[in-house]
Design a protein around this ligand. Structure first.
Ligand SMILES: [Zn+2]
Ligand SMILES: [Zn+2]
Length: 773
C-alpha cells in the first residue's frame, strides 16, 4: 500500500515505478494540511517520507477492508484452456496454478484474499494479479474483515483469596485466582487470560463454581468518577484574564503561539476546557495533547463530561479497532475535540482552531524512533499551517519554550497563584550527609521524614513518597571481587526485582535468575546495592504497619487496570501512603495529600546529560506541586546528598525564573539548546568494528563540511550507553548556531551515508534530541 503525494511528469533514471493497481480509499485519507505537515517532518527530522505517513495513519492492514480476487467467466475459460492444453509445461505453468488457486477458493465465497495470494506466490503475485485483472480474468472486491466487537468483562473474586478456599483447583484456575488476588480485580478479562495463560472456558468454570464474578467493566469506575468530582469552578481573576486574552487570540483566526506558565494547581486545565468550548462555539475544532493518557484519567473524565460524544480519545494504548473507530469519527467530522498523546497531533481534524499542549516540557512528546519528531514542536507547525492558536502550558516550561517566549517568538502568559487562594507547599531540604554523620547509619529515611510521616498518619492525612527508580535494588555486587550484575546485551547493570525474584535489564528486558554465589569468583558475599521503589514500599510498610501502603511505577502500571485502580483508591482515601516514581508527579490532583517526601533528589543529577539539572528541577517542582491541593496546607521534604545544588535549591524555592537564568548561563557558555541547535548522531552496529567503520566515515565527512556549516562536533566517542540491546554505539554530538544550517549538513550526511551503501539502521540521526545517553 502506498500514498500518492503528487503526480510528476518524469522520474530520475534508475527510479523504479510501480503501477497503481487500484485506489484503496475513495477520498484522500490525509488532508492537504496533514500532507504538508508530513513532508515537513520528513525533511526536518530526516526521516523517510513513507515512515512519516505510516505513523500519521493509525490504520494497519488488519483493520482495513481486505481485497479479494475472484475468477470471472473469462478467467474460468482461460484456465480451462490452459488445463486442456496438452503441453505439460502449460499445465504446470504458474499462471494456471494461480488461476486455479483463485478458483479453488471460488464460487461460493468472495474469492481469495490478495494477502493469501502473496503468501502462495511470494515472487510473482503482483504481476499475476495485474495480468489477471487487466485481461478480465479476475475481478477485485473489498470485503470488510469480520471485526466482531469482542465483549470485555471485568472479573473479580467473589469470595476470599485462595489459601482460605476449600475448592480444589487446576493449576490454570489457580493462576487466575492468584492473579486476581494480587490485583483485587481485573477490568479486562482478556488481559487476565493472557497473564494467566488461561482460556475463556476456565473463567466460565470458575464462575460456575461461584469463585469469581463477571460483569460489565467500568461499573465501579463510573461511579467513583461521578460528576460530583467536578465542582462548579469559579475562575479567579488571573484565570479570567488569561482566558480573556486567549479567547481574543482565538477569535483572530490567526496563528498565535502562547506559552502559559502557571504554577502547579493554578487551574490551567479549567482554562483549556473553557477555551475549547469557545473554539467549538465558533464552529472550529480543537486538539489537546497530554504526555500520557493513562496517567491522566482525570483529564479524560473531564473531557467526556464536558464534551460527551464530540470527543475522540487517541493514544497508543487503544486496541487496533478502537483506534480505527476513533480516527474515523474524527476524519468524518463527528468528533470535533481530540484528546490524545504525541501522535494525536496528526488527528485528521479539519478547520482546526486550537491546539493545547499540556505539560509541554514532558520528554514523552519526543518520539524515540523514526520519525524522531517532537510532538510539541510539530503542534506549533501544525497550528501555523492551520492559522490556529496553540497554547503550551506548564508549571516548569522547557528551557526551549521559555527562551522562545523571551525572544518574543511565543507570547508569555502567567498564572502565579494557586486556585482558591491556596499557597504553594513549603519545601524543606534535608542534608543526608549530615544525617549520616549524626546517626552513623545509611537508611532511606531521615528522622525528619519519618517523624513527618508519623504525624500525618496520626492526623489521618495522605502522603506521597517519590523515588525515581523502580525495582528493589539497583544491582547486585560481589563484595569479594567487585563483580556487579550486568546485562548481556547492554552496558548497564541489572536491577533486582523482588516480586519476580529476578535481575532485570530496564533497557532490553533481559532477565536472569538471582545467583546465590558470584558467577565470577564463587564467593557467597553478594550484596544488594541501592534502593528502588519496591524496597522503599517494603520498608515503609515495615515501619508503619498500621498504614495502607501502595506503590505506583511502570512495573505496577503494566498490570491491567492497576494504574487507574490505585489512583482511584488513593483519591478515595483508601490508601494512606503512595510510593512511586515520577509517575506520581504528573498532574494528579489529590486534595488529601499534605506531605510529599522525596527519598533521593539526586537520582538524575549525576547522569552525563546536559539536561540533568533541568529534569531534576522539573521533577522536584512537579512533585512538590502535589502537596496541599486541598484545604490543608502542604509540606514537602526533599532528601539529598547535594543540598547546595542550584536545581534542588531553586526547586525548593519554586523559583522558575531563578532556575532559568542560572541554567541559561551554562547553556550559553556550552552552546547547548536553546542557545544553538543540537543533533545527536549515532553510528551503531552489532559488531564494534562495524560501528567504528561507520563512525570513521561520518567523522571524515563532518571534518570536511564542519567549517562551511559552522558546526562544532563532539566525538566520535563511545555513547554514555555504549551498548544497548546488543548494539555498540558511537556518538557524535553536533552543535550549530543555525538550525537551518545544521539541518542542511545532516541531510548531506544522510545522502552521503546512503551513497556509500551504509545500512540505514547503522546511522541514527536525531535532530533536537531529548535523550542523549
Ligand atoms: Zn565475586
Ligand atoms: Zn539489556
Amino acid at each position: 500500500m502506498g500514498i500518492v503525494i503528487e503526480p510528476v511528469a518524469s522520474v530520475a533514471p534508475g527510479v523504479k515505478i510501480r503501477e497503481i493497481l487500484r485506489i484503496v480509499d475513495p477520498e484522500p485519507l490525509l488532508t492537504p494540511e496533514l500532507l504538508t505537515l508530513g513532508l515537513w517532518i520528513a525533511e526536518y527530522y530526516l526521516a523517510p517520507v513513507g515512515e512519516v505517513f505510516r505513523s500519521m495513519l493509525p490504520l494497519r492492514a488488519e483493520s482495513r477492508p481486505q481485497m479479494f480476487l475472484s475468477l470471472t467467466k473469462e478467467g474460468d475459460e482461460q484456465l480451462r484452456q490452459l488445463e486442456a492444453s496438452l503441453l505439460d509445461e502449460m499445465r504446470t505453468s504458474e499462471l494456471a496454478a494461480f488461476l486455479n488457486h483463485v478458483r479453488g477458493e471460488g464460487p461460493s465465497g468472495p474469492g481469495v484474499s490478495v494477502e493469501s495470494l502473496r503468501r502462495k506466490f511470494p515472487a510473482s503475485a503482483h504481476p499475476l494479479i495485474q495480468q489477471a485483472v487487466s485481461e478480465g480474468w479476475a475481478t477485485t472486491a473489498e470485503v470488510e474483515k469480520n471485526r466482531k466487537k469482542q465483549e470485555v468483562w471485568s472479573v473479580r473474586l467473589s469470595g476470599p483469596a485462595l489459601p482460605e478456599h476449600p475448592v480444589r483447583l487446576s493449576p490454570v484456575a489457580r493462576r487466575i485466582m492468584d492473579a486476581l488476588a494480587s490485583e483485587g480485580s481485573a477490568a479486562d478479562h482478556r488481559e487476565l487470560l493472557k497473564a494467566s495463560r488461561a482460556s475463556l472456558a476456565h473463567l466460565r468454570k470458575l464462575k460456575q463454581q461461584g469463585l469469581i464474578e463477571l460483569g460489565k467493566p467500568g461499573g465501579d469506575e463510573e461511579a467513583s468518577f461521578a460528576p460530583a468530582d467536578l465542582p462548579a469552578l469559579e475562575l479567579n481573576p488571573a484565570q479570567v484574564r488569561a482566558l480573556d486574552d486567549l479567547s481574543g487570540l482565538l477569535a483572530s483566526r490567526q496563528f498565535h503561539p502562547v506559552l502559559l506558565h502557571g504554577v502547579t494547581a493554578s487551574g490551567k486545565t479549567e482554562i483549556y476546557l473553557r477555551l475549547i468550548t469557545r473554539c467549538l462555539e465558533e464552529g472550529r475544532t480543537a486538539l489537546m495533547l497530554v504526555p500520557e493518557i493513562a496517567l491522566t484519567p482525570a483529564v479524560e473524565r473531564q473531557f467526556l463530561s464536558r464534551f460527551g460524544g464530540r470527543v475522540a480519545v487517541l493514544h497508543s494504548a487503544l486496541r487496533e479497532n478502537e483506534r480505527h473507530d476513533a480516527w474515523w469519527r474524527v476524519r468524518r467530522g463527528q468528533a470535533r475535540v481530540v484528546l490524545g498523546t504525541r501522535s494525536a497531533v496528526f488527528a485528521p481534524v479539519e478547520n482546526l482552531g486550537l491546539v493545547v499542549v499540556d505539560e509541554e516540557h514532558d520528554s514523552s512528546y519526543k518520539q524515540e524512533e523514526t520519525p524522531r519528531y517532537h510532538g510539541r514542536d510539530v503542534a506549533v507547525v501544525r497550528a501555523r499551517l492551520a492559522q490556529a492558536l496553540v497554547v503550551m502550558g506548564s508549571a516548569t516550561p522547557s528551557l526551549e519554550s521559555y527562551f522562545n517566549a523571551q525572544e518574543g517568538k511565543y507570547r508569555l502568559m502567567k498564572l502565579e497563584e494557586r486556585v482558591a487562594g491556596r499557597s504553594l507547599a513549603g519545601v524543606e531540604i534535608i542534608d543526608m550527609r549530615q544525617e549520616f554523620r549524626e546517626t552513623h547509619t545509611q537508611v532511606p529515611f531521615s528522622r525528619t521524614l519519618r517523624a513527618a510521616i508519623e504525624a500525618e498518619l496520626a492526623s489521618g492525612r495522605q502522603i506521597m513518597i517519590l523515588l525515581n527508580r523502580r525495582g528493589y535494588s539497583w544491582f547486585l555486587l560481589c563484595r569479594a571481587c567487585g563483580e556487579t550484575s550486568r546485562c548481556v546485551n547492554c552496558s548497564i547493570s541489572l536491577t533486582y526485582h523482588r516480586r519476580e525474584h529476578r535481575l532485570i535489564c530496564h533497557y532490553c528486558g533481559f532477565a536472569a535468575p538471582v545467583p546465590t554465589r558470584c558467577p565470577a569468583c564463587g564467593s557467597e558475599y553478594l550484596h544488594y546495592v541501592g534502593e528502588g521503589t519496591e524496597k522503599v514500599e517494603t520498608k515503609i510498610a515495615e515501619m508503619f504497619p498500621q498504614a495502607r501502603v501502595a506503590r505506583l511505577d511502570r512495573d505496577v502500571a503494566r498490570r491491567a487496570g492497576a494504574y487507574q485502580k490505585i489512583l482511584a483508591n488513593f483519591r478515595h482515601g483508601e490508601i494512606d501512603i503512595l510510593v512511586g516514581t515520577q509517575l506520581i508527579s504528573k498532574g494528579h490532583d489529590f486534595p488529601g495529600v499534605t506531605l510529599v517526601g522525596v527519598v533521593s533528589a539526586d537520582q538524575g543529577l549525576s547522569l552525563p546529560d546536559f539536561r540533568a539539572a533541568e529534569r531534576t528541577f522539573q521533577l522536584l517542582t512537579q512533585v512538590a506541586g502535589r502537596a496541599g491541593r486541598g484545604e490543608a496546607p502542604g509540606r514537602v521534604l526533599v532528601q539529598t546528598f547535594y543540598p547546595e545544588h542550584y536545581a534542588i535549591l531553586l526547586a525548593a524555592d519554586q523559583n522558575y525564573e531563578g532556575f532559568y537564568s542560572k541554567e541559561m548561563r551554562f547553556r550559553r557558555m556550552m552552546h547547548y539548546p536553546p542557545c544553538g541547535a543540537l543533533a545527536n548522531v549515532i553510528a551503531q552496529g552489532k559488531q564494534l568494528e562495524g560501528a567504528a567503520r561507520v563512525a570513521q566515515q561520518i567523522e571524515k565527512f563532518l571534518a570536511g563540511v564542519q567549517a562551511s556549516y559552522g558546526l562544532r562536533v563532539m566525538g566520535p566517542s563511545s555513547a554514555p550507553l555504549a551498548r544497548i540491546k546488543g548494539w555498540f554505539r558511537i556518538q557524535f554530538l553536533i552543535k550549530a548556531q543555525s538550525r537551518a544550517r545544521l539541518n542542511e549538513a545532516l541531510r548531506r550526511l544522510a545522502d552521503e551515508c546512503e551513497q556509500r551503501g551504509i545500512a540505514p539502521q547503522m546511522v541514527r540521526i536525531d535532530m533536537d534530541p531529548v535523550n542523549i545517553l
